[in-house]
Design a protein around this ligand. Structure first.
Ligand code: GDP
Ligand code: IMO
Ligand code: MG
Length: 422
């Protein structure tokens, strides 16, 4: 990491790659950790010293008491969920109020945005996206249509603005004949969340971050979701609603492109996806079930089964290109410990045609595989690369060669300590 720069740590596939774990490991090297996109659709797991936390809106740098954490302008925030998340950290002994700054420009997720999320999903029927139900799509839609409410709005005449937006939502829901819901209790908690939010520094975070950079400090931008869920470059319409790619760091924090330093692209040694949408490497057999079981591939936010498959080099190369990834981080290598053969998808095929470029319409493509030998060794206790079995070294070299990008970290277990720097 270089002083005066923003390094980005980005999920480069379908999310849940282990971003939270690595941000927590990296935090001691940085002055500021900032989230630039997404909201409580994220679930970032951090495990250390026998404790486990799942963060949704709060950056994963929060466990290092000396560091400033920022929720940037590109994020969306649900005050009730934010309060619940923050209370859990406070109960565990972490003081947040002085070192968690929130952008006044971040948009608010209203309880009725969550109802709209459910209503739009229900209206899509079998074409539903399989959202996390956190109101993400409706909130970002309203940001784009210039009708949303921002964190800064809570500082002035808020109840009136809230009532007006809620009334608009109720009208849409009534027009859709979606009336079977009751937000009375939720709304009460939400308003309490707004009061709690007022206790935090609500700032112009883009100015703060740029001042820090000018002073020679360094910033880690923590991605949420993954490149294949990006609103522009993912498997649209089966995507989230924000810019999850490196360009999103610039817009979501207010930093110029020439401030970006290293771009860490994080991926699992295999593939997963939650929710609907094309997934050419998906396994419907016992191998897929085994990966899910060994990798505990159940959603951190919704508890849903994650769909599982082998590593997808088509997606990986596409994401490396879009993000300008300078270093790769391979997670959950230990999950493949028991396999005789490890497959890697090198191309997609449809109607006898093969491609290694991500197609516009990823529906209907089948994965073409290359087989590599498994290492059949327990990696979880390893502490240095020197202990790695030959087949794992070959797997790493193979990916590095195919992607022309170095893998600088290999993760061999969920704990902070199970992280091997190369
Ligand atoms: P994020 O959304 O990218 O932060 O990732 P999630 O927290 O949603 O999902 C990653 C899951 O894998 C969490 O349950 C982590 O505790 C776990 N995990 C992270 N790294 C490793 C690893 O190297 N090995 C294993 N077995 N689990 C890991
Ligand atoms: P982290 O940051 C994995 C998926 C949802 C759904 C689609 C749209 O933990 O990696 P949304 O609620 O955003 O409108 O849902 O995106 N999705 C994620 N999948 N990890 C995430 O975040 C995700 N956030 C959203 O499952 O398919
Ligand atoms: Mg997650």
């Amino acid at each position: 990491m270089t002083k005066g720069k923003v390094d980005a740590l980005l999920g480069i596939v379908f999310g849940d790659e282990g971003k939270g774990k690595v941000v927590d490991v990296f935090t001691p090297r940085y002055d500021v950790v900032a989230r630039f996109a997404g909201g409580p659709n994220a679930g970032h797991t951090i495990i250390f010293e026998g404790k486990k936390f799942v963060l949704r809106s709060i950056p994963s740098g929060i466990f290092d008491e000396g560091k400033l954490n920022i929720i940037g302008n590109g994020c969306v925030i649900a005050p009730d969920l934010f309060a619940a998340e923050a209370h859990e950290l406070e109960a565990a002994g972490y003081d947040l109020k002085s070192r968690l700054h929130i952008s006044k420009r971040a948009h608010l997720i209203l309880p009725t945005h969550r109802v709209l999320d459910r209503a739009y999903e229900a209206a899509k029927g079998k074409n539903k996206v399989g959202t996390t139900g956190k109101g993400i799509g409706p909130t970002y839609s309203e940001k784009a249509s210039r009708t949303g409410l921002r964190v800064g709005d809570i500082l002035d005449n808020f109840q009136e603005k809230y009532n007006a937006l809620k009334a608009r939502h109720m009208q849409i829901l009534s027009d859709m004949h979606y009336t079977d819901f009751d937000i009375t209790e939720e709304e009460k908690l939400w308003m309490e969340g707004v009061e709690y939010l007022r206790q935090f520094p609500l700032t112009d975070t883009e100015i703060e971050i740029n001042r820090a950079l000018e002073a020679g400090k360094n910033v880690l931008a923590e991605g949420a979701q993954g490149t294949m869920l990006d609103i522009d470059h993912g498997t649209y319409p089966f995507v989230s609603s924000s810019s999850t790619v490196c360009g999103g760091v610039c817009t979501g924090l207010g930093v110029a492109p020439n401030r970006i330093g290293e771009v860490f692209g994080i991926f699992k040694a295999y593939s997963t996806r939650v929710g609907a949408g094309p997934f050419p490497v998906e396994l419907f057999d016992e191998t897929g079930d085994l990966i899910r079981e060994v990798g505990h591939e159940y959603g951190a936010v919704t508890g849903r089964n994650r769909r599982c498959g082998w590593l997808d080099l088509v997606a990986l190369k596409y994401a490396i290109m879009l993000n300008g990834v300078t270093q790769l981080i391979m997670m959950k290598s230990d999950v493949l410990d028991g396999f005789d053969t490890i497959r890697v998808c090198t191309a997609y095929e449809k109607d006898g045609v093969q491609t290694t470029d991500m197609p516009y319409d990823t529906e209907g493509w089948k994965a073409v595989y290359e087989d590599l030998p498994g290492w059949k060794t327990d990696l979880t206790q390893m502490t240095s690369e020197q202990q790695f079995p030959l087949q794992l070294r070959d797997y790493i070299s193979y990916i590095e060669k195919e992607t022309a990008t170095p893998i600088t970290i290999v993760s061999v277990g969920p704990d902070r300590a199970q992280t091997i720097m190369r």
